[in-house]
Write a protein that binds this ligand. Structure first.
Ligand code: AMP
Ligand code: FE
Ligand code: FE
Ligand code: ZN
Length: 283
């Protein structure tokens, strides 16, 4: 069983449509794939139809933006009820704030990269998509300012950049509580991805566990060996599910589907806790 529990589509900052991600998962030899777009479930219906067609089991999810005292962290939510008002409202609030934040970042960046406009960013963004810095990066690439998304991040879009503007996000304890209330399973995404910016300490993980955190994403390309060992020890201490995943973004990042996998018994433990939505099994 090949299980990859973290991918993105054009519903957020991936470059392939939801159906395209599922088709790519089938080609990559995955048996199970989760679609986890940032702050949205808009890709679920299309992905579900594609899963039936391509013979892949789909775990429907989302990656909920959170902020702990200004440090940005990501919470994967699996199989929550998308109609749960509290969780849906938090994700909608984050999406709306992301729009304003992106416009303000574009204004700032345009001071030094004058061909960048809001229209150029929108031209490369699927309608209704959760806007992120990758959409601005792609616009800068299309304009010829940078060769790749990564280069645009390294120069102008990283967390410490003078052009950086934060957006609204709930704190992680609130988000964990809401995911559980919605019947979903909350898993802390890449908790020690320190190459992207600040990370939180074990005390914050512990507070999330007390609120109902179900798992830790351990095997991820942004974790070195020491980070993975530390997270495995935390998972043992608090009896958490351990996952591994690619964080696939299509052509937007080098991450390849299936580059890290989740063990079948870990997926089983996760599914046993999920009551908000069902997996979509192939016909
Ligand atoms: P945002 O959610 O708008 O703050 O942007 C964060 C997103 O940008 C992450 O979810 C990644 O998909 C992407 N990202 C972060 N760092 C990089 C990087 N160095 N290169 C490419 N994409 C990145
Ligand atoms: Fe992303
Ligand atoms: Fe993430
Ligand atoms: Zn992600």
């Amino acid at each position: 069983m090949r299980i990859d529990l973290h991918t993105h589509s054009t519903a957020s900052d991936g470059t392939e449509r939801p159906a395209g991600v599922v088709a790519a998962a089938a080609r990559a030899g995955l048996d199970v794939v989760a679609l986890t777009d940032h702050d949205t479930t808009a890709g679920w219906a299309e992905a579900a139809a594609a899963a039936a067609e391509h013979g892949v089991t789909l775990v429907r999810g989302a990656e909920v933006s959170c902020s702990h005292r200004g440090t940005s962290i990501h919470l994967l939510s699996y199989l929550h009820d998308p109609a749960h008002p509290g969780l849906a409202a938090e994700m909608a609030k984050a999406r709306e704030s992301r729009e304003h934040r992106a416009e303000r970042m574009v204004q700032r960046i345009a001071g030094d990269f004058p061909r960048l406009t809001w229209d150029v960013v929108q031209a490369g963004t699927a309608s209704g998509a959760t806007l992120g810095r990758p959409h601005i990066a792609d616009a800068l690439v299309r304009l010829g300012y940078f060769p790749t998304r990564d280069a645009a991040f390294a120069e102008v879009l990283h967390d410490g950049s003078p052009y950086y503007v934060p957006h609204y996000a709930p704190d992680p304890v609130t988000a964990v509580t809401l995911v559980r209330e919605a019947g979903g399973v909350p898993v802390f995404a890449h908790p020690l991805a320190s190459n992207r910016g600040r990370v939180v300490g074990d005390d914050v993980v512990e507070a999330m566990v007390e609120a109902g955190l179900g798992g830790l994403e351990v095997d991820h390309r942004d974790h070195d060996h020491a980070a993975r060992e530390h997270l495995r020890s935390l998972a043992r201490r608090w009896d958490l599910v351990v996952t591994g995943s690619s964080d696939y973004h299509g052509a937007g990042k080098e991450n390849r589907l299936g580059e890290h996998l989740t063990a079948p018994e870990q997926l089983e433990r996760l599914l046993d806790q999920a009551v908000g939505a069902a997996v979509v099994a192939p016909r």
